[in-house]
Design a protein. Structure first.
Length: 372
C-alpha cells in the first residue's frame, strides 16, 4: 500500500531522463496514478547506468518504479489520438520537452484547454519557456553553473560539481511543489494551470543567501573555501582522518564548538571560534589533530558528544546505520539495487515498497483511465 494523500489524482508523465520522472515518482508515492508516456524507442534513461540482465538500466527501473509505462508515437495520428484521450481524463500533464515541442505535436495551450479545462500542465525545461536560452540544451552541471550553484562550492581556486545531480533533483521538487499548489486551486475552483519550471531556476532559487553575502564583500563574501558555510570556518567543514576517510563537523553554535573542543582535549580552541574568516590557522590545527587518528576513533569519541559531528559514510555503511534502519526508507532491491522510499513518514509510517515499473498497452491504460 502506498500513501493515499493524492488518491484519485491522474498524472500523465511525458518526461524523460531524471528530473521529470523523479517528480512523477514523488506524486505517485503520495498516491497519484502515474502513466508515463514514452516514445516507441523508450526513454533514453533505459540505457544509462548499470544494466540488469534484461538489458534495462537499474537507474531507469528505480526512478520509474510505481508507474505504468505506455509507449506512444506522438508523431503519428494513432498515437496522438490515444494521448488526447489520456489528457481528457488527466488532472496533471508533466513534460520535459524543449519549449515548443508540444505545440509541434499538436497539443498547444488552446488544444489542451479544449481537451480538458482543468488540466494542470507542468513544463519542466532547462532554462524555462522564455528568454534567450529557452532552446539551449544542457545538463545538470550547466544549470548549476548558470544558476549560481557552483559559484561558491569547492576549494580555493577549484570549483566542484555536486553528485547526485543537484539541479535535476531540486527542479523535481520545485515541480512537485508547484503541481500540488495548482491541485489545491484546481480542487477549489476547477481551474487548470500552466507551470513553467526550469532546472536552472530551481538552483537560482537557493542563492539568495550566498549572493547577498557576496555582494556585501568583506569576511562574509562567499569565496570558495573562505565563507562561513563553505570551508572558511574551522568549526564547519570536512576533515580528513588518518585512514584517508572524512568526518563532518558542524559546530556553528558556541555550545557545540565548546563541547567538541573539550572532548578532543583542546579547550584552548574555544575562545578562537570568532576569529576572522577564513580561519586558516585554526583550521590547520584542527585538521592536524583529526588527521592523527582513524575515522572510527573520532566516531567512538564524539558520537555521544553534542557537537554536530558525523563521519562521512560510504553507501554500504549508510544502509547499515541504525538511524537509517530504524526509519526504514532504504530497502534492498533486485540486481543488487536499493530502493529509497518517499523521504519522510506520513501518519507514522514509511511508504511501502513501490511496484516494479510496468509496461501496458493503450487499450489497458484507457480502460483503467475511464474508471471512477
Amino acid at each position: 500500500m502506498t500513501f493515499d494523500l493524492l488518491a484519485g489524482l491522474r498524472v500523465v508523465d511525458l518526461s524523460q531522463w531524471l528530473p521529470g520522472p523523479f517528480a512523477g515518482q514523488i506524486l505517485g508515492d503520495l498516491g497519484a496514478e502515474v502513466v508515463k508516456v514514452e516514445p516507441p524507442a523508450g526513454d533514453p534513461m533505459r540505457q544509462l547506468g548499470p544494466r540488469d540482465p534484461d538489458g534495462l538500466s537499474a537507474w531507469y527501473k528505480q526512478i520509474n518504479a510505481g508507474k505504468t509505462i505506455l509507449r506512444l508515437d506522438l508523431k503519428a495520428d494513432a498515437g496522438r489520438e490515444v494521448f488526447a484521450e489520456l489528457l481528457r481524463g488527466a488532472d496533471v500533464l508533466l513534460e520535459s520537452y524543449r519549449p515548443g515541442t508540444l505545440e509541434k505535436l499538436g497539443f498547444d495551450g488552446k488544444r489542451r484547454v479544449e481537451l480538458n479545462r482543468r488540466l494542470i500542465h507542468c513544463a519542466l525545461s532547462g532554462y524555462g519557456q522564455t528568454g534567450p536560452l529557452r532552446l539551449t540544451g544542457g545538463h545538470d552541471i550547466n544549470y548549476m553553473a548558470l544558476g549560481g550553484g557552483l559559484a561558491s562550492s569547492g576549494r580555493v581556486g577549484e570549483s566542484v560539481a555536486a553528485y547526485p545531480p543537484t539541479a535535476d533533483h531540486a527542479s523535481a521538487l520545485q515541480a512537485v511543489i508547484a503541481i500540488l499548489a495548482a491541485v489545491v486551486r484546481q480542487g477549489r475552483t476547477g481551474q487548470g494551470a500552466n507551470l513553467d519550471i526550469s532546472l536552472m531556476e530551481a538552483v537560482l532559487a537557493w542563492q539568495a543567501l550566498p549572493f547577498t553575502s557576496a555582494l556585501r564583500g568583506g569576511s562574509q563574501a562567499q569565496v570558495r573555501g573562505q565563507g562561513l558555510l563553505n570551508g572558511g570556518a574551522a568549526f564547519y567543514r570536512l576533515y580528513r582522518t588518518a585512514d584517508d576517510r572524512f568526518v563532518s563537523l558542524g559546530a556553528i553554535e558556541p555550545k557545540f564548538w565548546a563541547a567538541f573542543c573539550r572532548a578532543v582535549g583542546r579547550e584552548d580552541w574555544i575562545s578562537r571560534q570568532a576569529e576572522p574568516l577564513p580561519q586558516d590557522a585554526l583550521t590547520a590545527e584542527v585538521a592536524a589533530l583529526l588527521a592523527g587518528r582513524l575515522q572510527d576513533h573520532w566516531n567512538d569519541l564524539l558520537s555521544d558528544v553534542d557537537c554536530c559531528f558525523m563521519p562521512v559514510l560510504e553507501p554500504e555503511e549508510v544502509l547499515l546505520h541504525p538511524q537509517i534502519q530504524a526509519r526504514g526508507l532504504a530497502r534492498a532491491g533486485e540486481g543488487p539495487s536499493v530502493q529509497i522510499a518517499f523521504g519522510g513518514l506520513i501518519d507514522g509510517r514509511a511508504q511501502s515498497p513501490r511496484a516494479a515499473v510496468r509496461e501496458a498497452d493503450a487499450a489497458e491504460v484507457l480502460a483503467t483511465w475511464g474508471e471512477g
